[in-house]
Design a protein. Structure first.
Length: 235
């Protein structure tokens, strides 16, 4: 029996490209489909998690939402890698800065992803796994930022399970030179490692946990296009 469509993705075989650019907000995926893709065709609306396939500068690509948090992205990227034979997933998303030199609108290329999640326990490893990006994608993304003149930093992020935290300990993560906090990268990188696939996370700083700088939800949905420019340049 075929494993597709899955309980979470309604696409048939061949409807999803080898490279998928993902965003937590399905409306951000819709924005990318409308502004970066030629002739987009919707392949998913299960649970409102929009997905589209089309072409960008002649290259086939899909865009899709992945929801909020490690459990959600863990499900969607597992199914894409293992059931739909996707080779590369690039996440574009927002993050909160804990670095004094990283401001609202700047980009972060997540070389590694620390986490306070138990997602990795399933692998029963005799130690702590360090989830990292695909170096080829990371190097090309940095080159793209340089060519486009976009401010960015490369380094570690924290994929946290809690948005509202009783004890965030941001100062301790900052002391370890973590650049920013987000909620999904570590699961994506673990799924990619286990499946032998490629992944990269490109983030836009949406707020600053040290200075109080913030952006609105509408700004995050429609104006964080620099990270999208970088992601689509990697096709």
């Amino acid at each position: 029996m075929s494993k597709i469509p899955t309980p979470h993705i309604g696409a048939q075989a061949g409807e999803i490209a080898k490279t998928v650019i993902m965003a937590g907000d399905p409306l951000r995926a819709k924005f990318m489909a409308e502004n970066y893709i030629d002739n987009p065709v919707q392949f998913n609306n299960v649970r409102g998690m929009l997905g589209y396939t089309g072409t960008h500068q002649g290259k086939r690509v899909s865009v899709m939402g992945h929801g909020m948090g490690i459990p959600s992205i863990g499900i969607y990227t597992y199914e894409l890698f293992n059931f739909y034979d996707v080779d590369t997933i690039i996440r574009v998303g927002s993050a909160g800065s804990v670095n004094p030199d990283l401001h609202v609108g700047d980009l972060v290329l997540a070389m590694g992803a620390c986490t306070n999640s138990n997602y990795g326990v399933q692998y029963e490893l005799p130690g702590t796994f360090a989830p990292i990006a695909d170096f080829g994608l990371l190097r090309r993304a940095a080159d793209a930022c340089d060519q486009m003149g976009y401010r960015y930093m490369v380094g570690n992020v924290l994929s946290t399970d809690t948005f509202y935290s009783e004890n965030a300990h941001n100062d301790k993560w900052m002391n370890m030179k973590v650049l920013a906090l987000e909620m999904e990268a570590s699961a994506l990188y673990m799924n990619a490692a286990r499946a032998g696939k490629q992944a990269l996370v490109v983030l836009t700083i949406s707020d600053h946990l040290l200075t109080g700088e913030v952006t609105t939800a509408e700004e995050r949905q429609t104006t964080f296009t620099r990270m999208m420019d970088v992601a689509f340049s990697l096709l």
